[in-house]
Ligand binder design. Structure first.
Ligand SMILES: NC(=O)c1ccc[n+]([C@@H]2O[C@H](COP(=O)([O-])OP(=O)(O)OC[C@H]3O[C@@H](n4cnc5c(N)ncnc54)[C@H](O)[C@@H]3O)[C@@H](O)[C@H]2O)c1
Ligand SMILES: [Zn+2]
Length: 349
């Protein structure tokens, strides 16, 4: 068992262990005085893992209800949150009781937001089952939902009681979502860990995915512990994301996954870094080769002009400028504040 401690305002542990989903009940009992739990999950994950989690909670003496929503990003809106609230209220859950998020990032973000807001905040346990959720979204306490106007526009910082990562659940994850999550895995190497980047180059990440998850979670833990509310260093996690989000938006969030768009964004911004003599020549080639190795695209038919225009509408722009994440070298990143008016020029190579 790997235990990674996160010392945010409310500290918690991330447990990485095969089969840990069968221990949800004992963790809930150790960490809370809950008498009731609501397991929130989606229609794909429910038939695979819900019974095991419910059984574990019930055997630990916790009275459990389930809430299953239609899988997919399209469910990530306030309507679903309202339905989750109804399940919690009908089950007469109190502030002592807990929510368990069992699923990918969509599930974790929504169950976490329901936990952050129901009765002004109750505890929740994350059991992430997609690669993206295991290496990224379940760590750091960001929760939320989309609005018709944009992604993740409503939410809260709400740290979980614990994160239970069971690498065995990845065995049922469809290939496209495995590839998608690798975009974030490669990102961690780029921004913080050249040795990890080399490991991804020289080995097959899937041969030892448990240690890959551990490294990613440790990197994210270090960053969010130092900057819980994204005032500075946490922005480094957005490497490839400013342009990636723009590419996702221009594709109407369909046909291209988040990880694919981030891969293209990482390659574009690294190339811009090379042009400005910030990033050493040849870096982009290495990043692109690694993305391709794990099945991710590295270019788009969209024009730089279109991407720059779409990026200017990003929710993370502030006061006429945008924070771009650039590489001094692989494993060493920094934030460069760039005027929106200069963005297109900066990324044109
Ligand atoms: N909170 C954060 O810090 C943060 C960070 C990054 C991304 N996110 C959010 O995460 C979401 C994307 O997460 P995602 O890619 O996990 O999406 P997702 O939750 O939709 O999961 C992807 C797909 O895989 C299925 N699935 C999940 N685990 C499975 C398993 N073990 N076996 C079979 N199928 C499984 C799901 O049903 C879904 O169809 C986005 O909404 C994004 O905004 C949040
Ligand atoms: Zn991402």
């Amino acid at each position: 068992m790997k235990k990674i401690h996160v010392s945010t305002g409310k500290p918690y542990d991330i447990i990485i262990e095969k089969g840990v989903i069968d221990c949800a009940g004992s963790f809930a009992v150790q960490l809370s005085t809950a008498q009731k739990a609501c397991v929130v999950t989606d229609t794909n994950v429910a038939p695979l893992y819900l019974d095991r989690v419910v059984k574990s909670l019930e055997s630990a003496g916790i009275n459990t209800v389930t809430h299953i929503f239609e899988a997919g990003e399209k469910s990530k809106h306030l309507g679903t949150i309202s339905e989750i609230y109804a399940t919690l209220a009908d089950f007469r859950m109190t502030r002592k009781d807990i929510i368990v998020a069992l699923g990918g990032g969509v599930c974790g973000d929504m169950a976490g937001f329901a936990a952050a807001s129901y009765l002004r905040g109750i505890d929740f346990i994350q059991i992430p089952t997609s690669l993206l959720a295991q290496v990224d979204s379940s760590v750091g306490g960001k929760t939320g939902v989309d609005l018709p106007q944009g992604k993740n526009l409503v939410g809260a910082f709400h740290q979980p009681l614990a994160v239970l990562i069971d690498p065995d659940t990845l065995g049922t994850l469809p290939g496209e979502f495995k590839t998608d999550g690798m975009g974030e895995v490669i990102k961690y190497g780029c921004i913080k860990d050249a040795g990890f980047f080399e490991k991804l180059q020289n080995e097959n990440a899937w041969d030892d995915i448990e240690s890959i998850i551990e490294t990613c979670v440790s990197i994210k833990r270090d960053v969010v512990s130092r900057d819980e509310k994204e005032a500075g260093e946490r922005m480094l996690l957005n490497f490839g994301h400013t342009l990636g989000h723009a590419i996702e938006k221009l594709n109407d969030f369909s046909g291209i996954t988040h990880g694919m768009a981030v891969a293209i964004g990482m390659v574009m911004i690294s190339l811009a870094g090379e042009k400005h003599k910030i990033t050493p020549a040849g870096t982009t080639e290495k990043i692109a080769a690694l993305c391709e190795k794990y099945g991710l695209p590295v270019s788009t038919r969209l024009s730089v002009h279109e991407i720059a225009e779409a990026a200017k509408g990003d929710k993370k722009t502030a006061g006429g400028s945008i924070n771009l994440v650039l590489l001094n070298s692989i494993g060493d990143s920094f934030i460069k504040k760039t005027a929106l008016d200069d963005l297109e020029d900066f990324i044109t190579v």
